[in-house]
Every structure is written in C-alpha cells, then in structure tokens.
Design a binder for this molecule. Sequence first.
Ligand SMILES: *Cc1c(COP(=O)(O)O)cnc(C)c1O
Length: 427
Amino acid sequence: MLYQRSSALFQDAQKYIPGGVNSPVRAFKSVGGTPIFIKKAEGAYIHDEDGRAYVDYINSWGPMILGHTHPDVLNATVEQMKKGFSFGTPTELETEIAQLITSVVPNVDMVRMVNSGTEACMSAIRLARGYTGRDKIVKFEGCYHGHSDSFLIKAGSGAATFGNPNSPGVTQGTAKDTLLAEYNNLDAVQELFAQNTDEIAAIIVEPIAGNMGCILPNDGFLQGLRDICDTNGTLLIFDEVMTGFRQAMGGSQERLNINADIVTFGKVIGGGFPVGAFAARAEIMNHLAPLGPVYQAGTLSGNPIAMRAGLTTLNLINNDREIFSRIDNATEILATEISKIFKEKGIANHINRLGSMMSVFFTEQNSITNFTDVTKCNHEIFNKFFHHLLTNEIYIAPSGYETWFISDAIKDTEINKTLDAVRSFEF
Ligand SMILES: *Cc1c(COP(=O)(O)O)cnc(C)c1O
C-alpha cells in the first residue's frame, strides 16, 4: 500500500485534531482518500512518511517560491535563532524588511507586519473603514481573503447581492456589511455602488484570483474597479497574499500596471514562516495605532526569525529578478504541453495561467472567468487526475478550486516527470 504510514498517522490525528488537520483543504475531502503526511522537503520535492518523494506544485500554498530549504534562507534563519526567538520590542530587521517592501511595491510608503494573510486582510478592511468612516465593503464571489468573519460571506442569487453568512458563527450583522459581486463583472459592482451610495469603504479583490482556481482579470476589470473607487471615495484593496512577490517583485500592481490603495501580503513574504503584512500610502497608514485611532496589534508580529526568513527570501528574489521569467517559462511549458497531451487524448480542458500560477479545468467551456464557471467544470475528472498524479509522485493541490504554484526549484527533470505522468492519465 502506497500510503500505509500516512493512513495510520491520519487515523491517529483524527482522534486529537478536528478532521485530523489544522486547515481544512489538507484533509482531501474534495478529492477523497488519505492525506499524505510529510516528513521533510528539499528543493522541488516533498517526502512523505512512506518514503515517497513528490514533485511539489503546492509549495506550502505559495510561500516556497525558491523551492524548499533554500540554503541561504536556512542558514540566515538558523543564525538568527541563535540570537533569541522573540523579543516583543523593535528590531532593526523590521525596518529593513519594511524598507525593502516599500521600495519594490508601487504606491506604498509604510508597512505593518502581522502573522498571516488572514490578519493582513482583516486589518486592511478595518483600516479602510477607519480611514473612510464607512462600514460596507465589496468582495467577489470565489475570492478568498482569509477566515475572518467579514469575508466568510456567500452570495445570494444574482450577480450583485447582499451577503449571507457562509459559516455558522458569522452573524447576520456582520454579513450585512459585506456586499458580493461576481468576479470580472463591473456592472455588478456598479449596481452595488448605486444601491449603497457613500457607504462603501473598500473594494477588496484578488487582482489575479487563485482561490477558485486560477482566474485572470478580464481586460479593463481592475482599471474599472480603480475608476469606481476614485469616483466614489472608496479605497481599492489588492489582496496580494498569493500574488505578491510571485507575479512580479511589485506583485500584480507592477505586473498589471494598476495601483491599489492598500495592499495585503502573506505567503512568499514569510519565506515559509507565519507572516502577513499590509501596506499603503502614509496618509492612510497614519490612521493606524499608535499614530492614529485604528487599533491593530500582535505579540509575535515582526518576529525576528520570521523576519529573517522573509527578508532573506525577498532579497534573493530582488537580487535575481530573472527568477520571474524562469518560473513563468516553466509554467508556460507545463500549461502548453498538458493542453497538447489532453487534446491528443480528446480530454476537454481549459487551462488558465498567468506567471507561475495555473489551473487545469476539465470542461468544454472556452473561458473560465468567475466562480460559477468553475463550479460547472467536471470535478470528478479532476479528482481522478489528482490521484493519478499523486500515485506518480506529482503533488498538486487536492481540489479543482485551487492553483498550481511553480517554484524556482522545478526544472526540466521535474517538468518531464510531470508530463510523463499526465501522458499516462486515463479516465
Ligand atoms: C492564503 C490567502 C489568504 C489567507 O492567508 P493565511 O495566511 O492563510 O491566513 C488571504 N488571501 C489570499 C488571496 C490568499 O491566497
């Protein structure tokens, strides 16, 4: 049995951890089967408890853009640990990373570090509300901004709607301040603004969506949001937790040439450690405590080990900008070749890709531009595809609503191994 030890460990885990996991997607609920338990990782590979080594296309859901255990990050972090684990006082490191971030990310003067993407987005909307004196926010169906209450909101019927709680424990009171629109649908956003004049503090959006599978913004969509925000005195928040330092050093703002007012980060920014951040122009960030009245804090925020890992990762990328074309090219080859192989096999599919993010959708649809399109894809075939790849030691995200993340450690050998596995897929 391929996953013998993982199965045993999963049995044990379920006794003490709800569902056996500390984040739901890891449980393989959507694809079925037993989650593999990982023992160690190096470069392009993760190694499971049964001794199998997988080409890793999850990369911790994005952070490991350099591949696993990059020696420079490892050494810098170990050296930092020797100086102490956490102080709860300012360190020079925090200024260094903030300085680097503000120098490479467009339209931001200051940055506040937090411990996760969830915290970053939660704090960003509080800041937007405090800055504008308004309560409502607009988000898009299928975009994920972490698990804080204001974002666990699902759409009612129609392209533009008031939100409903998407989880027990989220109150109607919270839900009423989150307005939902369909991704790539500017008319829906206009409609929400017409119905809620002068009440909307912010639009928050994944500028390149990755949490309903990879969905690209249509031409004019983000510029349209920018214009709507400017007309209405609303702040535009780009959630770059996934795209930041991945789509370009300056994230989607740089890659797509559109400025946001507040930007949130996570994933790559911590180099594999628990880090998030939000950044904006000084006139906005000045509203944040202790300078201003909008409260936000964190015992472990700016933790020196995490800052060292993040700073080292960001410096490595910043000093070798070719990394973006390398991972883009690797992803382009994967996307092109996979689609070619499927065409030969007569498997209907559509691949969305931008930079080093991509998703393979099994569908007859010619374009996949929003959450509804993704729900119409054949997730049964996806699940078979997932398990086929896993059996062949290729590890992609265990859901048809996720994105592949290509790291700089993935080279021709890994790409060829992956394509061989795709070639042998039968359904
Ligand atoms: C992962 C993610 C988050 C949440 O970050 P966590 O660190 O998991 O809390 C928020 N927004 C986007 C776009 C993400 O991809």
